[in-house]
Design a protein around this ligand. Sequence first.
Ligand SMILES: C[S@@+](CC[C@H](N)C(=O)[O-])C[C@H]1O[C@@H](n2cnc3c(N)ncnc32)[C@H](O)[C@@H]1O
Length: 204
Amino acid sequence: MTNPRRIQDGLGFFGTFLGKPGSVGAVLPSTRYLARALVGRLEMQPGELVVEYGPGTGPMTTVVRELLPKTARYLGVELEPKFHELLTRRFPQMDFHLGNAADIVQILAARGLPRPQRILSGLPFASLPAKVQDAVVDGIVECLGEGGDFRTFQYMHAYGMKSARRFRALMAERFANFERIGPVIRNLPPAFVLRYWGARRAIR
Ligand SMILES: C[S@@+](CC[C@H](N)C(=O)[O-])C[C@H]1O[C@@H](n2cnc3c(N)ncnc32)[C@H](O)[C@@H]1O
């Protein structure tokens, strides 16, 4: 991303943070270094789906656009109308849903999309209320495809916070496997990438 765009995004992002600190949860967009660590390798088969929660101004989306095979599919789910509008303008060949990541099961069904093989999340779990954390995690476990994984990040300085620990405890109950990557220090603030796979779905 060019510097003027980074500055423009940074200012717009900060303005939105001031209005909605809880749901935006960061003062600046992520850097390319964190985005690359979060996205990882994208070896998707034709028709397979990648979902991104909370793309914001699109730093992770930029990396997905570079790495995702043309035959695979992408859906971004963004709650903030200003970011949603910017994303649809900036990435015209990608799909974005204006709405809540907690509603992922209904969103996928309404769009006729398959279970995602990867869910990438920029959601600020540590600053989300417990009820919202629970609803989003339920949705992830419910919809993730067989063999698929979920990736998110947590800032180093907030890693020990009660709500951050709560989120990880919840994920540990719902997933068989966990990997922590980093810290990625070339991000402001530095952050860990968390990867979960082997969802424990309730047997119905
Ligand atoms: C910490 S920012 C991350 C933005 C971007 N991914 C990045 O790394 O720079 C969190 C983003 O999640 C969005 N968000 C918060 N709660 C959400 C929800 N329940 N569903 C979808 N998006 C949400 C915010 O509007 C914001 O764009």
